[in-house]
Design a protein around this ligand. Structure first.
Ligand code: MG
Length: 260
C-alpha cells in the first residue's frame, strides 16, 4: 500500500526509538511477531464487564437499522438483492444457518455504530464454531462476533478482534445467552484522485463498555488466513452482519454517520 508520508514518519520514529533505546510502539500496527491466527499468540486478559443491561433509546440523530419488527432495512448481502431471510423475533433478529450474510439497504462511511448481540445457549461447538458471526464495516472489515466466554481460539479471531489483525486489548465477554454490546468508531480508508490510498482505515471498539480496540490502523480488508491489500472502493458501502452457521442474535442496531 502507498501511504503518503507514512514511511518518512515511521523512519523518524525508528530513529528516535533507536536513539532513545526503546522499541517501536506496538499499538496501532499489526504485530509482525505472530503469524496470522497463531494459537501461540498470547490471549488477552479476561475482564468481567458486569451484567448486561436493557437497551436505552438511541440518540435523536441516529439511523435506526433494526426497528424491532422487520428486516426492511436489510437485504441479502449477495449480489441478488434478495430479501434478508434471518429470523425476526420480538425485538431481535437471529441468524438462520445457510441463508447468507445480510447487508443494510443504505450505505455508510465514517460512523459511530452501536450493535447488541447474544451468543446461543447452551453453547455448542468449540473455537471458531461457537457463536461465530461478525460485524463488517463497509462490508469488508470484520469486528469478530464470537462466544469467547471460556472458549479458547486464536487471539486474532476471538470476540472483538479485528479478524486476523488485532486481538482485543482484553476479553470483556459475557456468558452465552446474555446480551453484549459493541460501540464502534469507524474511519474508512481515504483515496486520492487516481484511486491511490491516502490513509488506511482506523477503528476504535468498546466491548460491553470496555475499550478493546484503540484507534488501530487496518492493513486492509479482513480475511481468513490472509491479509489482503486495500482495493479502491466507494466512500460508502453497506454494513454487513455474518451468517457463520451459528444462531447468533442481534438487537438495538443504530448508526450515526460522521461528517468529515
Ligand atoms: Mg465471524
Amino acid at each position: 500500500m502507498r501511504i503518503a508520508g507514512s514511511h518518512r514518519s515511521l523512519l523518524s520514529l525508528a530513529v528516535i526509538s533507536l536513539v532513545a533505546g526503546t522499541a517501536l510502539p506496538a499499538r496501532g500496527q499489526v504485530s509482525a511477531e505472530w503469524p496470522i491466527h497463531s494459537m501461540d499468540r498470547p490471549k488477552p486478559a479476561v475482564v468481567d464487564p458486569g451484567p448486561s443491561r436493557d437497551p436505552v433509546p438511541p440518540p435523536a440523530d441516529a439511523v435506526v437499522l433494526f426497528n424491532g419488527h422487520d428486516l426492511s432495512d436489510w437485504r441479502n448481502a449477495d449480489t441478488s438483492g434478495a430479501p434478508a431471510r434471518w429470523k425476526v423475533e420480538a425485538g431481535y433478529i437471529e441468524v438462520v444457518n445457510g441463508t447468507g450474510n445480510i447487508a443494510t439497504t443504505r450505505t455508510f462511511g465514517d460512523a459511530q455504530l452501536h450493535v447488541e448481540w447474544e451468543a446461543p445457549t447452551p453453547p455448542t461447538g468449540e473455537g471458531q464454531e461457537r457463536g461465530n458471526s461478525g460485524v463488517f464495516l463497509m462490508g469488508k472489515y470484520e469486528v469478530q462476533v464470537m462466544d469467547s466466554y471460556d472458549n479458547p481460539t486464536y487471539a486474532d479471531g476471538q470476540a472483538a478482534a479485528m479478524f486476523g489483525q488485532y486481538p482485543p486489548l482484553v476479553n470483556a465477554s459475557r456468558p452465552p445467552g446474555q446480551w453484549q454490546t459493541y460501540d464502534i468508531i469507524w474511519h474508512g480508508p481515504r483515496w486520492g484522485p487516481k484511486g491511490d490510498l491516502r490513509s488506511p482505515a482506523r477503528i476504535t471498539v468498546f466491548h460491553n463498555g470496555i475499550l478493546v480496540q484503540d484507534n488501530v490502523t487496518l492493513t486492509g480488508p479482513t480475511a481468513y488466513m490472509r491479509r489482503p491489500p486495500y482495493t479502491h472502493d466507494p466512500d460508502q458501502l453497506p454494513l454487513v452482519l455474518q451468517d457463520h452457521h451459528s444462531p447468533v442474535r442481534f438487537r438495538d442496531i443504530w448508526i450515526r454517520p460522521l461528517k468529515d
